[in-house]
Ligand binder design. Sequence first.
Ligand code: SF4
Length: 364
Amino acid sequence: MSPTAAEAAADGATFAPHVLRWYDRHRRVLPWRAKPGDAPDPYRVWLSEIMLQQTTVATVGAYFDRFVARFPSIAALANAPLDEVLHAWQGLGYYARARNLHACARDVVTLHGGILPDSVDGLRALPGIGAYTAAAVAAIAFGCKSAAVDGNVERVVARLFAVEAPLPAAKPELRRLAETLLPDRRAGDFAQALMDLGATVCTPRAPKCILCPVQAFCRGRALGLAETLPRRRARTARPTRRGIAFWAVRPDGSVLLRRRPEQGLLGGMIEVPSTEWREQAISDVAARKQAPVRASWVRLPGTVRHTFTHFHLELAVLAGETDGKAKTVTGDWVPLDRLSEQALPTVMKKVVNHALGVARRSRR
Ligand code: SF4
């Protein structure tokens, strides 16, 4: 009779060899991953784990080599100005990660001589490194016996053990169960093997159980529940917030940009100034009172839409020409041909493209 996952858990040495044998044949080739037999580079491991938070492997793949070419080491990253790092991060989103990455590199240089700590606790103490990232980096870069439980691994474990409690409440239990599966050797390969298994075989829809190296251990499959796991608490709908952006242009063609506050959403990024973003729409009259510079504001046709994790955003745009002498509350005038050098998050690039598109169409 096949052992259940619970039985396998009693003897981690039984379960892991199946996963590791499969990994040796089917591992994904990823830009940050060491080749078989090569020692992993902790910088690349850490960087990839930060980039992969809330971003897909496909998206990160396109950025990773470019980023490493620009910042080839932790020391290079620490020595670079924050703006340069934010600029290189453009397109990956969730810019707090880039800010923490930079702060972390500086701490590693200052406190650890430029070398990442090789333990979960040492890593956890650094900016931007949470429980999952510390466990993943410790396992992959340093071979620590730590359970790196990302979304893929949560799914595999929930199915293996037929955990029916919904996420996110089930997270601690899934983590505890994942720990029971850890082998004494090849901790880094095992962590990556479970990630790969979740990404390529134990997929959210239609898991390929027939190809799965641990199907004999899988209680979820035995019970016919696999595809329904992990369960999730019903999501609440994202609210919509609204605001008005100010596209201020000087006679020399420069536009007014400003830096967002260091803390909070898109912290420290460059933006087209705007009103607050809130659920209740703001009138043009009320918005004009918050304008960053004196101008005769005209509402542009259309709306800029963007979706963040917790809300949808709709931005109207007021465009205004200034004589260039009016004092601004905050911000800098930036020539149009230098906009691409600014650390503009995606939502602000949409505002820029919208305003430039309207201007182009009105000239035709
Ligand atoms: Fe996932 Fe199926 Fe493998 Fe179970 S047998 S771990 S459900 S792929």
